[in-house]
Ligand binder design. Structure first.
Ligand SMILES: C[S@@+](CC[C@H](N)C(=O)[O-])C[C@H]1O[C@@H](n2cnc3c(N)ncnc32)[C@H](O)[C@@H]1O
Ligand code: SF4
Length: 401
């Protein structure tokens, strides 16, 4: 057997404060959407690279995951500040629902076998509408999942076709209803806006269809044309216009008005929820929480340490077969890098950026943004205005100088 050489994580001190989460990455999709550059593999892509078949099947992935979580728990048990109780679990992909309810139950069991979950832990899985059913939702609820996040993207058939989505326009709202009927209080629908050819009406109907299901959370992302994707090649060949930033701004305003009119309020620039519906796991990322990322290509963050796993499922499995954590690389964040990241993430939250985090020069640049109508003061915090949300990245650059 060939064993990959992996870097060894340096000793890490775990912070005792804030949230601790576990992210599990499922690297499988039935087919690839043309816009997506996430670390995921179709059966055809894995067949061509099946040097070590172990990691390329759901069963092999699950075996590797169990080994990684065991190594993680051992590392945390001896680290200063560790071990930590798990506040949130998030299974993302890829397409976690391809594992079925039994596979997702086994993944959560692997977490429970190695970590202690808080009694009120939030346990989310992403799911693709076409690989769900009432039985699937009943099964994962029974297994201990508390939240489901479904990729809807749009309810316009033309937009879905352009995005290479394989589900019908009605299937995502139907799946959200099934999840709610199964007993899930917390259900999210993901939307993508600004797809070339999408009209204002298409987006308005998509938002209305999402809201009508009664979900308590909607995430909406501007379409990003990622390098190396089929979508980028189509744009480069002139088969499709590039995404227009003025259109994106107008669409964001439309989304926000419709969602807040329906009782879903923004709590992060791309996320809206009803009261009590915010995703605690993602809030952990944005509020400087710590997490272990398990699975191919997953990223983790403990103390000042960041690391990322080997991306390919076979190489990931191979490293674990050799007894090592499947780490591809790591970095230790200096104080300045950590500060930049904190400003970048926290300014995007409705709770805002505590002024106390900023130094004198940053505070005076933030005051300029307040005078320009991009930020507003809420007590000791700075919160993006409606216009500021459209220009969030620029506001961060302005503050940091
Ligand atoms: C990586 S997917 C995983 C969920 C699931 N596989 C699905 O597609 O429904 C998570 C979400 O990221 C968003 N996303 C992925 N690539 C994107 C891109 N290039 N631009 C905007 N949103 C994107 C989509 O809304 C998607 O639902
Ligand atoms: S189904 Fe989700 S993860 Fe898979 S390719 Fe499409 S957007 Fe990416």
């Amino acid at each position: 057997m060939r064993t990959v050489t992996v870097p060894v994580l340096p000793p890490v001190a775990v912070r005792a404060d804030g949230q601790f989460g576990i992210y599990l990455h499922v690297p499988f999709c039935a087919s690839r959407c043309g816009y997506c550059d996430f670390n995921t593999y179709t059966p055809a892509e894995l067949a061509g690279a099946a040097e070590t078949p172990a990691g390329s099947t759901p069963a092999g992935w699950l075996a590797g995951l169990g080994r990684e979580l065991e190594l993680a728990a051992n590392l945390l048990a001896t680290a200063p500040g560790g071990p930590r109780r798990v506040d949130t679990v998030f299974v993302g992909g890829g397409t976690p629902s391809l594992l079925g309810a039994d596979g997702l139950a086994a993944a959560l069991d692997a977490v429970r076998a190695n970590f202690t979950l808080a009694g009120d832990a939030e346990v989310t899985t992403e799911a693709n509408p076409e690989s769900t059913s009432p039985q699937f939702f009943a099964g994962i609820l029974d297994a201990g999942y508390t939240r489901v996040s479904l990729g809807m993207q749009s309810s316009a058939p033309g937009v879905l076709a352009l995005l290479d989505r394989v589900h019908s326009a009605g299937r995502a709202p139907e799946a959200a209803r099934e999840a709610r009927r199964a007993g899930f209080e917390h259900v999210n629908l993901d939307l993508i806006y600004g797809t070339p050819g999408e009209t204002d009406d298409d987006l308005a109907r998509s938002v209305d269809a999402a809201v009508a299901t009664g979900v308590d959370h909607v995430s909406a992302y501007a379409l990003v044309v990622e390098d190396g994707t089929a979508l980028a090649r189509r744009v480069r060949r002139g088969e499709m216009p590039a995404v227009d930033s003025d259109v994106l701004a107008a669409r964001y305003e439309l989304l926000d008005a419709r969602l807040s009119g329906a009782g879903l309020h923004w709590y992060e620039v791309s996320n809206w929820s009803r009261d009590g519906g915010a995703c605690r796991h993602n809030l952990g990322y944005w509020n400087g929480g710590q997490w272990w990322g398990a699975g191919p290509g997953a990223h983790g963050h403990l103390g000042a340490l960041r690391w990322w796993n080997i991306k390919h499922p076979n190489a990931y499995a191979e490293a674990l077969d050799g007894g090592a954590l499947p780490v591809a690389g790591f970095e230790e964040l200096g104080a300045q890098e950590a500060h930049v990241e904190e400003v970048l993430l926290r300014v995007r939250l409705r709770d805002g950026l505590p002024v106390s985090l900023l130094d004198g020069a940053e505070r005076s640049r933030a005051e300029t943004a307040v005078a320009d109508g991009l930020l507003t003061r809420a007590g000791d915090r700075l919160v993006l205005t409606d216009r500021g949300r459209l220009l969030a990245d620029g506001v961060v650059r302005d503050i940091l100088g």
